[in-house]
Design a protein around this ligand. Structure first.
Ligand code: PAN
Ligand code: ZN
Length: 200
């Protein structure tokens, strides 16, 4: 039998009202300035940034050993808003260990989970309380908040060492975007897709 460090069982409590977990050990804050080149309307993006480096989403993580046998869990709170007519979203990523999968469990709000593969498949799943989405390995994933006022709160769980690979998304973007058209969220082709911007 493989010998590795044994950790103690533990419990996480989600406070849905407060939108927090009790024993997180990492807190990530993402602001507008972290989303350079990801939104379609660059002029509106720059104008908004001049006014305020708005808080777009926060992630509370419960990390354990970065071991393939362990899991990482957490809560993402994505605030409502738009850049131009494009809804606030997470950056989106592939996993560093490409074939690792993930569970998304929506607890609050209304959103879209946009997923795509490097060979051109894409899928958009509705997020609302009670919906659990299985994101298989090799699929990039991004949350979009399509509500005008409510936060989108999602619990996630993936392999502890799955990691994040943001490079491809930062360079190419997602093939699809979610925009507000006359008060209806619609998914459109991303005209900027693959216009390879080197933002590093
Ligand atoms: C999530 C995401 C989290 C933030 O924990 O990392 O929702 O999204 P970005 O990492 O794309 O900014 C996850 O999918 N982990 O693998
Ligand atoms: Zn992920």
């Amino acid at each position: 039998m493989r010998v590795k460090n044994v950790i103690e069982p533990f419990v996480i409590k989600i406070n849905i009202e407060e939108e927090i977990i009790n024993n997180y050990n990492e807190h990530i804050i993402n602001r507008l300035s972290n989303m350079k080149n990801l939104y379609l309307n660059e002029n509106v993006y720059e104008e908004m940034l001049k006014e305020e480096d708005k808080l777009l989403y926060e992630v509370y993580l419960k990390t354990v050993l970065e071991d393939p046998g362990e899991l990482i869990q957490g809560l993402t709170i994505l605030y409502p808003g738009k850049v131009g007519n494009e809804f606030f979203m997470t950056k989106g990523h592939f996993h560093r260990i490409f074939y690792t999968s993930e569970i998304y469990f929506c607890l609050k709000g209304r959103g879209i989970l946009l997923m795509e593969t490097t060979n051109g498949n894409w899928k958009a799943e509705e997020m609302k309380p009670g919906i659990i989405i299985y994101v298989p390995g090799q699929w990039a994933h991004r949350c979009i908040n399509i509500d005008k006022t409510d936060n989108l709160v999602t619990f996630f769980c993936t392999r502890a060492d799955s990691g994040h690979d943001y490079k491809l998304i930062e360079q190419k973007g997602f093939r699809k975007l979610t925009v507000d058209k006359d008060n209806v969220p619609i998914i459109i082709d991303n005209p900027k897709w693959n216009k390879c911007k080197n933002i590093l």
